[in-house]
Design a binder for this molecule. Structure first.
Ligand code: PEP
Ligand code: MG
Length: 566
């Protein structure tokens, strides 16, 4: 344990704070390439089979304390570890003199090939199969099982990084917060953490020195992780939590986002799953401004069918009642690889076949998704807005609009997250009914900075003047054409930026649901005129830091204090 109150500096996601014990995530074990042939194959076989049994028993025990969805996954994985055919084949290979871990990996790989070929439900289980393999290998080697450990008490997850699938599968009842040493603030792990309302700090240099049971305090507003916090630090965390809870309650009654003088700005939520939509049932948000549908299929080995998709979209639409939903078609590739469609071997995946560009080799996938959305809309009586990601040209916008309308979608839009689209937003808006600015990718592509590379976080900043110019150009095209221009990147969750965006005539702000109360509060305390002044002041600044400072200088002092804006 390090010195009391030592601080690790990282980059915060959201405004939450929490303190509690650390639970570290273990890396996947490595099977040595030169694993020796065992001197006693019978004993090695017994040890491997015992590892299978231990893993199955451990998973079952873990399932007992877990929420229903996670318990299902754990139980299904335990069944695989018990599978007689899998165990028998592994045993036979060891009997024949193969090194035990190589035998085990070879058998599980052959099952994975069979599962993938079978498609559907079985293909979906390949991730679980691989996770079971890693657990058995670790047990055999006498190492702790990899991945997020079973939590017997609420804890803060600490890891070098988490895969989006790991983050999505976290047991929300037990996870207090997330600290990762790598990743970036607009990477998918951070986004999902924000969506789940978990205080999160990424790029926390030194987090790998933390061990299970260490007590830490996580402050997402300031991006800090305090080791062994003293009573005063813990009390400050509690005060912040209470303040945020009060803020949430105080603003919960306000149905719609609006400035102090009544200028409406829709406050919407970003979601990735039907469960996220269900969690919004009682939330004071006006709807969903970004449904990241690829999150549903991050672990899938084969393309989801129209039926599978229609079912899950219908579930989300029903949960949202008549509220607005903006659904984004699959944004696969780069930071969101989908096994069934992402092309391997691209040298620069962020500049490759991703987002809408998938239509070039997988048009059917998009058509199936649009059909599924239209069907779910019909079944639930909803009228979702549907948009395509990563549009760069007018032709792409036109092609997408034609496909979506053909499928029966009434309100069609595209995301503006590539500078080319922002610069020509007027022409793009001529093809579609609305656009939504994805400031995460817009910052990435404007600043030539990988959004996953947190070490360049200063460049990857939506306050960068060039990014603000592109946002302003897009907003101006919206005013000119009379069409809605929303923002659904992480920048919408920053209360000061939200004021600026409102001043630029952005019509909706979509963010992690947990960020909505602070933004609603900030908006309600400023007039449209002040928001416009904030926009003008920020846009005149030559640097990101000066732009933020110029905006902050015009923010109401009470809002600065309540939201700890600095
Ligand atoms: C964005 O790029 O800002 C965006 C909202 O999309 P995603 O973060 O899912 O890429
Ligand atoms: Mg994007």
């Amino acid at each position: 344990m390090s010195t009391q109150n030592a601080v690790l500096q990282g980059v915060g996601v959201g405004r939450g704070a929490v303190w509690g014990p650390v639970a570290t995530v273990r890396p996947a074990p490595v099977v040595p390439a030169d694993e020796p042939v065992p001197a006693d194959p019978a004993a090695a076989k017994e040890k491997v089979l015992a590892a299978f049994s231990d893993v199955a028993a451990g998973l079952r025990a873990q399932a007992e304390g877990a929420s229903a969805t996670i318990a299902d996954v754990l139980t299904a994985t335990a069944l695989m570890a018990d599978d007689p055919a899998l165990r028998a084949q592994t045993g036979q290979r060891i009997d024949k003199g193969e090194p035990p871990l190589h035998a085990l990996v070879a058998v599980i790989d052959s099952f994975a090939v069979m599962f993938t070929a079978a498609g559907g439900y079985l293909a979906e289980r390949v991730t679980d199969l691989n996770s079971m393999r890693d657990r058995v290998v670790a047990r055999y080697q006498g190492l702790p099982e990899p991945g997020v450990p079973p939590l017997d008490r609420p804890a803060i997850i600490v890891a070098p990084d988490l895969s989006p699938a790991d983050t999505a599968a976290l047991d929300l009842e037990k996870v207090l917060g997330i600290v990762i040493e790598q990743g970036g603030p607009t990477g998918h792990t951070a986004i999902i953490a924000g969506q789940l309302g978990l205080p999160c700090v990424v790029r926390a240099t030194g987090a790998s020195s933390l061990v299970d049971g260490d007590i830490i305090a996580v402050d997402a507003a300031n991006g800090t992780v305090t080791l062994d916090p003293d009573d005063a630090t813990k009390a400050a965390v509690e005060t912040r939590r209470a303040g945020l809870a009060t803020l949430a309650e105080a603003t919960e009654a306000t149905e719609d986002g609006a400035t102090a003088d009544g200028h409406r700005v829709a406050l919407l939520a970003n979601i990735g799953t039907a469960e996220d939509a269900e969690r919004l049932t009682d939330a004071a948000v006006e709807g969903v401004g970004l449904f990241r549908t690829e999150v549903l299929f991050l672990g899938a080995a084969t393309a989801p069918t129209e039926d599978d998709q229609a079912r899950v979209y219908a579930r989300a639409f029903s949960a949202l009642g008549g509220r607005k939903v903006v659904l984004r078609t699959l944004d696969a590739g780069a930071d969101k690889p989908l096994a069934f469609v992402t092309q391997a071997g691209e040298e620069n995946p962020a500049l490759g076949v991703r987002g809408f560009r998938l239509v070039r080799h997988a048009e059917e996938l998009l058509r199936t998704q649009l059909e599924a959305v239209a069907r779910a809309a019909k079944e639930t009586g909803g009228t979702p807005w549907v948009m395509a990601p990563m549009i760069a040209t007018v032709e792409e916008a036109r092609q997408f609009a034609a496909m979506a309308r053909e499928a029966g979608i009434q309100t069609v839009g595209v995301m503006v997250e590539v500078p080319a689209a922002a610069l020509r937003a007027r022409d793009i808006l001529a093809e579609v009914d609305f656009v939504s600015l994805g400031t995460n990718d817009l910052a990435q592509y404007t600043m030539a900075t990988d959004r996953l590379l947190g070490s360049l976080v200063d460049l990857l900043d939506a306050w960068q003047p060039a990014v603000l110019d592109l946002v302003a150009a897009t907003a101006a095209a919206g005013v000119e054409t009379g069409k809605p221009v929303g923002v659904c990147g992480e920048s919408a969750a920053d209360p000061i930026m939200a004021l600026l965006l409102t001043g630029l005539s952005i019509t909706s702000l979509s963010m992690s649901p947990s960020a909505v109360p602070a933004v609603r509060f900030a908006l309600s305390k400023h007039s449209l005129e002040t928001c416009r002044a904030i926009g003008e002041a920020a846009r005149q600044a030559p640097t990101a830091a000066e732009a933020r400072a110029a905006a902050l200088a015009l923010v109401d002092p009470q809002v600065r204090e309540v939201l700890a804006l600095g």
